[in-house]
Ligand binder design. Structure first.
Ligand SMILES: [Zn+2]
Ligand SMILES: [Zn+2]
Length: 211
């Protein structure tokens, strides 16, 4: 089962990245994010952080593990690997937001145990090489800001051996993957993948199924 997921996960990486070297991927940090009206350079990334325009910036990206060796640019600037990459900074997490990271060791526990009682809990399975997962994070933060009845639990599956993989993802086609738990902790549904035009509506439709 684990082996199958590993294949799926690698396939998902390639599917999202369109470049063969799945195992060589670095981390997608937020180091290439830029505020406000962003001026893009000829490489279609924010001019202020582009390492091809400013080779002196390479070192700090490499130090952070944010580097794509096959394309010799930061992972967070590699549009070849991540065509849907965005450079807007993450929306601010509201101070009162019900938002928490599940410890890796707890990732295999029953999904209902991740629920925040009385709230709709969105359990977000993500990995730090997954550009779609960053887009999901942006959407979830918007939801948290708009609706105090929503809670978010983050489950990192960067490590194939993490208990979350065998327990919750063996049948899943790839990341991102968000499970919606109702106010009583019951699973209402899930959204796999990220499509900017439909993601929020899919979540809303699943929430609407709760009586
Ligand atoms: Zn450039
Ligand atoms: Zn690349």
């Amino acid at each position: 089962m684990r082996k199958r997921w590993m294949t799926v996960l690698l396939a998902a990486t390639c599917w999202m990245t369109a470049c063969g070297g799945a195992t060589q991927h670095g981390q997608l940090t937020r180091m290439s994010a830029a505020e406000g009206a962003v001026a893009l350079c000829e490489h279609e990334v924010p001019a202020a952080v582009c390492t091809r325009c400013n080779p002196a910036f390479e070192a700090k990206f490499k130090e952070s593990g944010d580097w794509c060796p096959p394309h010799k640019r930061p992972e967070s600037q590699c549009l070849l690997c991540h065509p849907t990459l965005k450079f807007e900074p993450l929306p601010e997490l509201p101070a009162e937001a019900d938002y928490a990271e599940i410890a890796v060791a707890d990732g295999g526990k029953p999904i209902e145990s991740f629920a925040s009682p009385g709230k709709v809990t969105l359990v977000d399975f993500y990995a730090n090489w997954c550009a779609g997962c960053q887009n999901v994070e942006t959407e979830l933060r918007k939801l948290l800001a708009a609706d105090p009845a929503v809670a978010v639990r983050k489950v990192s599956v960067t490590d194939w051996e993490s208990p979350a993989v065998a327990a919750h993802l063996s049948e899943i086609a790839g990341l991102p993957y968000v499970v919606v738990l109702g106010r009583t902790g019951k699973v209402l549904g899930a959204v796999q993948g990220f499509d900017e035009a439909t993601f929020a509506a899919k979540l809303a439709a699943i929430r609407a199924t709760e009586p």
